[in-house]
Ligand binder design. Sequence first.
Ligand code: GDP
Ligand code: MG
Length: 182
Amino acid sequence: VPVNFKRRNLLKVIVLGDSGVGKTSLMNRYVYNKFSQQYKATIGADFVTKELQLDDKLVTLQIWDTAGQERFQSLGSAFYRGADCCVLVYDVNVHKTFESLHNWRDEFLKQANPDDSETFPFIVLGNKVDVDGGSSRVVSKKKAMEWCASKGNIPYFETSAKEDYNIDEAFFCVAKIALANE
Ligand code: GDP
Ligand code: MG
């Protein structure tokens, strides 16, 4: 396989959001189709990869997770360098995780320093919509979509890593907007 082909279709994706919102769970569900109730603050790898077909292109998503550092320290520039898309995750049942989205977005723009911060592809995931059948949610879909609209029409998906809801759709969108921005 020609090197150029590979390089052109490798997309680096950064997943950010407060600790506990389900970042690792979403990645594990998407890449391995696995879910665990157990809370594990660390994982072994810096990133996982998944190939998908997008129109006539074979795309490899390289999805970077935090190993729990999001709680207490900055993630370092290697983490952000060369990102093609940034996934911002919050928990629809915990309001402060929604309030944190603008900090994560700012932090990303500061650290990754993309060519055009106005058009850089972000995506927002409102996770854990399954909890108590939706009765314990505190952030409405409308409110989340308004925030996304105010930041330059960021695509928004509601997800459940537990129930495997909307995750393929969300990462398909990740691949699409990342590729479109290259
Ligand atoms: P991270 O700190 O953002 O990586 O969050 P984790 O992926 O470690 O998840 C934190 C906790 O939330 C774990 O106990 C997961 O099992 C749980 N969790 C993650 N996603 C969901 C979800 O969609 N629904 C429910 N009910 N629990 C979830
Ligand atoms: Mg994690």
